[in-house]
Ligand binder design. Structure first.
Ligand SMILES: C[S@@+](CC[C@H](N)C(=O)[O-])C[C@H]1O[C@@H](n2cnc3c(N)ncnc32)[C@H](O)[C@@H]1O
Length: 248
C-alpha cells in the first residue's frame, strides 16, 4: 500500500477532481493515495477515514511530513460515517469494497453524505483476473488460501466485477466502468504481503485452532511465495475494476 499513489492507483478518478472541492476517501489506509488526492483538490479539503487507528496515525504523520495542510484523517466506519447529509462533492474508496460484508449498505451511507450532483469513485481487485507465472501447485494453493481467507472474513475477492451493478442499484447514474492491470515489479512487493497474511492467519483468524489448516501448510505456502519472488521469470498481474457514478 505504501507504494500506491494517485497516478498509479486513482488515474480513473483524477480527471473528475477540481481545485476547491471537498473529497472523502473511505478506507484511506496509510493515506498514500489520499495525499495525492488532497494535492489535486487544494484548496479544497480531503477527509480520510479508516476504522484502524494505526492507519489514521500513519496517514496524519505523512500529511505533516509532506506539508499537506488540506488533509484531515479520522477514525470512522463506512457503515456509519460521522458526517452530515450532503457533506462532500466527491467520494473515493480504494481497495475497501472487497473487504465489506454489506457493500450495498456502505453505498447507501456514501449516498447520504454525498451532495446531489456529486461523484463516487470505487476501485477494487477481482481475483478472477489474476495472472501468475510460472505456476506451481503450492503457489496455486497459496492464492486459493488467500481468497478463501477473504471469504471467511465476509469479504468478496470477486467484488471488482460487481462494482458497476452495486453502484447502479444504489441509485447512482451515468455510470462508467473501466479496468486495469497492475504488474508487481519486483514481485516481492506482493509476495511479502501475501506471505505475511497467510502466516498470520493462524493467530489472526484462528485457522489452525479451528482445524481449517495446519502450520506445515502455512509454512509451505509462504515458502512457495518466497521462492516465486526470486524466480527470474516470476510474473504477477493483478486485475483492478473501477467505477464512477453520480448522485443525480
Ligand atoms: C486494503 S486497505 C486499502 C487502503 C488504501 N485505500 C489503499 O488502497 O492504499 C483497506 C482499508 O480499509 C479499512 N477498512 C476496512 N473495513 C472498513 C470499514 N468498515 N470502514 C472503514 N474502513 C475500513 C482497513 O482498515 C484498511 O486500512
Amino acid at each position: 500500500m505504501a507504494s500506491r499513489s494517485i497516478d498509479t492507483h486513482a488515474a480513473f478518478f483524477k480527471p473528475y477532481l477540481r481545485p476547491g472541492i471537498n473529497l472523502l476517501d473511505c478506507g484511506c489506509g496509510p493515506g498514500t493515495i489520499a495525499l495525492g488526492l488532497a494535492k489535486a483538490i487544494a484548496p479544497g479539503t480531503l477527509t480520510g477515514i479508516d476504522r484502524e487507528a494505526s492507519q489514521i496515525r500513519i496517514a496524519a504523520e505523512s500529511a505533516f511530513t509532506q506539508g499537506v495542510s488540506n488533509a484531515n484523517f479520522l477514525e470512522g466506519n463506512i457503515y456509519a460515517l460521522p458526517f452530515c447529509d450532503n457533506s462532500f462533492d466527491a467520494i473515493f474508496s480504494h481497495a475497501l469494497f472487497e473487504h465489506l460484508q454489506e457493500p450495498a449498505q456502505a453505498l447507501r451511507e456514501l449516498w447520504r453524505v454525498l451532495k446531489p450532483g456529486g461523484i463516487v469513485g470505487l476501485r477494487s481487485p477481482d481475483w478472477g483476473g489474476f495472472l501468475i507465472a510460472p505456476s506451481t501447485p503450492e503457489l496455486e494453493k497459496a492464492f486459493s488460501y488467500y481468497k478463501w481467507l477473504q471469504q471467511q472474513n465476509s469479504g468478496n475477492p470477486y467484488v471488482g466485477r460487481e462494482l458497476r451493478a452495486l453502484v447502479r442499484e444504489s441509485g447512482f447514474i451515468n455510470i462508467k466502468a473501466s479496468a486495469s492491470y497492475q504488474c508487481y515489479e519486483p514481485l516481492s512487493e506482493a509476495t511479502e504481503y501475501l506471505a505475511l497474511l497467510i502466516e498470520a492467519s493462524a493467530k489472526v483468524d484462528g485457522t489452525v485452532k479451528k482445524g481449517w489448516t495446519d502450520e506445515r501448510s502455512l509454512t509451505a505456502m509462504s515458502r512457495a511465495l518466497g521462492e516465486w519472488s526470486q524466480h527470474p521469470d516470476g510474473f504477477f498481474a493483478q486485475a483492478w475494476c473501477e467505477v464512477v457514478g453520480w448522485k443525480g
